[in-house]
Design a protein around this ligand. Structure first.
Ligand SMILES: Cc1cc2nc3c(=O)[nH]c(=O)nc-3n(C[C@H](O)[C@H](O)[C@H](O)COP(=O)(O)O)c2cc1C
Length: 157
């Protein structure tokens, strides 16, 4: 099994979890970044995010330095933006062929996960989408127990 962690993170919560997973399982890791950065204060980004999610807008993202074809297991991490994955993750999911892959999604959020994992399953057509992990933060403070996160990571390999 060859695994890669691919994540998007605006403020750093998802990045921290992605790096924790990498430490535990030793997989390759890559961060999705938008070509045009989100700018302005938090509330402005929250509003922009709402507009983008409502329109199904997929922002242009920078090329990743990993090739999905080299991996059979993909761990996907995103913050929840308006009850689903962030638009940058949407762009990435749409750009790939998921057939034959095994996917483990995780999502950091403030407590309103919405339909994020259902949307992952629909976007990764042809993949076997395995157990997901809902990770709650209050701003930058982790609220889900690290033990539960480690238990989920233990199921990946
Ligand atoms: C545009 C935007 C929309 C958000 N929508 C939700 C939401 O629908 N449900 C929720 O629980 N948290 C929501 N949040 C909070 C983030 O999901 C949460 O803070 C997350 O851990 C941030 O991850 P990051 O630090 O990796 O960017 C939203 C944040 C932003 C910026």
């Amino acid at each position: 099994m060859k695994a890669v962690i691919i994540y998007y993170s605006y403020l750093g919560n998802t990045k921290g979890i992605a790096e924790k997973i990498q430490k535990e399982i030793g997989a390759d890791i890559a961060r999705i970044e938008t070509v045009v950065p989100y700018e302005g204060d938090y509330n402005r980004v929250v509003d922009q995010g709402q507009d983008e999610v409502n329109r199904g807008y997929c922002p242009e993202i920078k090329p990743l330095d990993v090739n999905l074809a080299d991996y059979d297991t993909v761990i996907l991490g995103t913050p929840v933006w308006w009850y689903t994955f962030a638009p940058a993750m949407h762009t990435f999911l749409k750009s790939q062929d998921w057939s034959g892959k095994t996917v483990y999604p995780f999502a950091t959020n403030g407590g309103w996960i919405g339909h994020t994992f259902k949307d992952f399953s629909e976007a990764c057509k042809g993949a076997e989408v395995k157990e997901d992990m809902n990770i709650k933060f209050d701003e930058a403070t982790l609220r889900t127990s690290m033990k539960d996160i480690e238990k989920w990571i233990g199921k990946i390999c």
